[in-house]
Design a binder for this molecule. Structure first.
Ligand code: SF4
Length: 217
């Protein structure tokens, strides 16, 4: 009861702050613990779309994708690559935050994605990206039909989604835990931008991302 009142207060506070209704959907069980649906952010005509897994705590509160620590790391890598904010659109395959950021089994996630997929497809129809980067195991599984990120990261997958080529990469949240993988994320992004004729300079090397991570963590 106390938890429900807290939840109601939080939503009411956000409602007053925004002056508009929070976007909600109840098509799958993830809505039960989420404050609101979280849509993507970025250039409306970006040639590259990045798709992650699901919103986290900050995204759930703010209603925007990748605004927490993983998003800050991603911004930092994009910045290092010299990619402008309008060159990329960043979103997730699921729109609601899972409880404690933990997703259920892949089979259940696949069912959730079948409910949520129309929202992603709407964004793809609007943005019309030329390449999609699947960041992490969940988008790789539900969209790319592959299981092991380690095997596929940095590569162009042999399948497409809505006729759009797919590149696999690590998720920025994983890179936060494994900083040595940051160059892999950068290389995967480099591959995607290179495919659409955006040529980031310099090409990421093992030493390219040798900066102080205190900036973003
Ligand atoms: S995850 Fe997607 S389908 Fe499920 S409730 Fe949220 S918006 Fe709806």
């Amino acid at each position: 009861m106390g938890e429900q009142t807290g939840e109601a207060n939080r939503i009411s506070m956000l409602y007053r702050k925004r002056g508009c209704m929070l976007k909600k959907c109840e098509k799958c069980q993830l809505h039960q613990h989420a404050t609101q649906m979280v849509n993507g952010r970025g250039g409306n005509h970006a040639k590259v779309m990045l798709i992650g897994e699901a919103p986290g705590y900050e995204e759930d509160l703010q209603g925007t994708a990748f605004v927490g620590k993983a998003g800050q790391l991603l911004n930092h890598v994009l910045d290092k690559l010299g990619v402008g904010p309008d060159d990329v659109f960043i979103t997730n395959c699921l729109r609601c935050r899972p409880p404690e950021n933990k997703l259920p089994s892949p089979k259940v996630v696949l069912e959730m994605f079948s409910c949520c997929e129309p929202y992603l497809q709407k964004e793809i129809h609007k943005v019309k990206p030329k390449v999609i980067v699947l960041m992490g195991s969940i988008p790789l599984y539900v969209i790319g039909h592959k299981v092991h990120v380690t095997q596929h990261e940095g590569t162009v997958l042999p399948v497409t989604y809505m006729n759009i080529p797919l590149v696999a990469s690590y998720h920025p949240a994983f890179v936060l835990r494994q900083p040595s993988k940051e160059v892999c994320l950068a290389r995967a992004l480099y591959t995607a931008f290179d495919m659409v004729g955006i040529h980031p300079i310099p090409k990421p090397s093992d030493t390219f991302f040798d900066y102080d991570k205190e900036d973003v963590i």
